[in-house]
Design a protein around this ligand. Structure first.
Ligand SMILES: [Zn+2]
Length: 280
């Protein structure tokens, strides 16, 4: 072992400089289990500790510990590089804005139309600034109001801000979940499980497809699972203030869970309907 002699000599010098007898100290440390020993290591016939991984000695002839380079790799925690982080954010963004949500990955408040409701936008951004605490508490948002007031747009802006911060967000809808279940993706359970691994899930136009039994089942199962897992939900819906305050018997189990976890943000009906303006 080239170099280990130098290490041993250095160690002896160090011990001497501390006023200790190297021979006595080395005999003592050799008797104790060396700190660099790992499961799988063994003792050679002459009593030297041998690495179970590469078969080389882990001690000098004097009993000084030798740390192997492959040991160092597991001792030093892997730090994510800038490039790795950027790549992870890009992957998360691709997943967030798939299917019917493709095209929303560019939504930011800087690209918002002038008539975007300032109060709602402000509330959404305040939520993003508090996200760490909101996520811990499992708190989300319930964006409601008439069609075409920018609810989905604001939800997409929120996702983009959080994605930039490294969080995992996903936009989905009953329609998308149904096509995943009916397609090759798998069962409703597996779709729900993948949603529960997110930091935030947007359920767009949640109450749109609840008029069929499958639709109702999807809406309830998804909301109930996210509620139990305390994953923040951001729900957009055309339901009126009254139907949220006094939900129908069919909607109640879902609306109750949302009211408990989500801050209600009403998009005013006084705003122009962008979809109608766009159609003119
Ligand atoms: Zn080794």
């Amino acid at each position: 072992m080239e170099g280990s002699g130098d290490v041993a000599a250095l160690g002896r010098k160090l011990l001497s400089s501390l006023g200790l007898d190297p021979d006595v100290q080395l005999a003592r440390s050799a008797a104790a289990m060396p700190w660099n020993a790992e499961p799988g290591d063994f003792e050679s016939p002459d009593g030297t500790l041998v690495c179970g991984l590469c078969g080389k000695p882990k001690q000098t002839a004097d009993g000084f510990p030798i740390v192997h380079s492959h040991q160092l790799a597991s001792l030093v925690r892997h730090e994510e590089t800038q490039a790795e982080r950027a790549e992870r954010i890009l992957r998360n963004r691709g997943r967030c804005f798939a299917g019917e949500f493709r095209g929303l990955e560019g939504c930011t408040l800087a690209t918002a139309a002038e008539d975007t409701d300032r109060d709602s936008a402000g509330a959404v951004m305040a939520y993003s600034r508090d996200f760490r605490a909101m996520r811990k508490a499992g708190h989300g948002l319930l964006l409601f109001g008439p069609v075409g007031r920018g609810k989905t747009f604001l939800a997409a802006c929120l996702c983009n801000v959080l994605l930039d911060g490294g969080w995992r967000c996903l936009m989905t809808s009953t329609r998308r979940i149904r096509s995943q279940v009916e397609g090759t993706y798998g069962s409703l359970n597996s779709v729900v499980e993948s949603l529960c691994r997110q930091d935030l899930v947007v359920l767009d136009d949640l109450f749109r497809d609840r008029n069929t039994e499958t639709g109702r089942e999807i809406v309830f199962d998804v909301v109930d699972a996210l509620y139990k897992a305390r994953v923040p939900m951001v729900v957009t819906t055309n339901l009126s203030d009254d139907s949220i305050r006094y939900p129908s018997q069919a909607d109640q189990p879902v609306v109750d869970r949302l009211k408990e976890r989500c801050r209600r943000i009403e998009m005013p009906a006084s705003l122009p309907n962008r979809r109608q303006v766009a159609a003119c």
